[in-house]
Design a protein around this ligand. Structure first.
Ligand code: GRF
Length: 217
């Protein structure tokens, strides 16, 4: 069966990109990365991509007059590479409505909170300040509003009383690396149906009943 062709957009570290690279290394995985786009030439994730022998390109946003011209340039790169699904993986730039609509239901993002809670760049800080006992990550289909759109996969982790943003971020990142490849797999296998603002994801019946944090001692 043809593998779903992925374009991954990054700005920095690229650990979620690395998780996707690892998943795609399995010939049975139903997707493959055909292009990695960075908007910063020093994005560390570019090294991982090159080490894996992937095609990479840098589209520096500073070189464009406005947001849409940059987005058009990125779009051209994605189209030329035959991308079918755009994966934002730590891409620290808002995309224009034009771009998001152009890729409607074919562009996904990962965010380090249980959306719709704690949107924005300081999600970990917001979770700690709010005193929630569970936080986590969400993979969602992108809509023009920031960190909004049909949710595909979520994972929860406990927030501990001694957590700071770094310790919470590390705990969440570990589950991000499981959720992103899973979300891509679900899409590639045709198990996602988008219905307006929500996504219906076919899943096995034996999902766990609940998670309690703090756990009962
Ligand atoms: C992740 O925490 C992701 O949820 C957020 O940005 C971070 C990117 O990390 N959108 P990395 O570049 O994938 O390591």
């Amino acid at each position: 069966m043809a593998r779903l062709q992925l374009g991954v957009l990054i700005s920095g570290r690229g650990s979620n990109l690395q998780a996707l690279i690892a998943a795609c290394a399995d010939p049975a995985y139903p997707a493959e990365i055909v292009l990695v786009v960075a908007n910063k030439p020093d994005a560390k994730g570019l090294h991982n991509a090159r080490d894996a022998g992937l095609a990479t390109t840098i589209v520096e946003h500073g070189g464009f007059l406005d947001r849409e011209s940059f987005d058009h340039a990125v779009n051209t790169e994605l189209q030329n590479a035959g991308v079918e699904l755009v994966c934002l993986a730590g891409f620290m730039r808002l995309l224009s409505s034009w771009f998001v609509e152009h890729w409607r239901d074919r562009i996904i993002n990962i965010h380090p909170s249980l959306l719709p809670a704690f949107k924005g760049i300081d999600a970990h800080e917001q979770a700690i300040t709010a005193g929630v006992k569970l936080s986590g990550c969400s993979v969602h289909i992108v809509r023009p509003e920031m960190d909004a759109g049909p949710i595909l996969v979520q994972a929860a982790v406990p927030v501990r009383p001694d957590d700071d943003t770094d310790s919470l971020a590390a705990r969440i990142l570990a589950v991000e690396h499981q959720c992103y490849p899973l979300a891509v797999k679900l899409i590639a296998e045709g198990r996602v149906q988008v219905d307006g603002d929500t996504a219906i994801v076919k899943m096995p019946a034996d999902v766990g009943a609940h998670i309690i944090s703090p756990p009962k001692s």
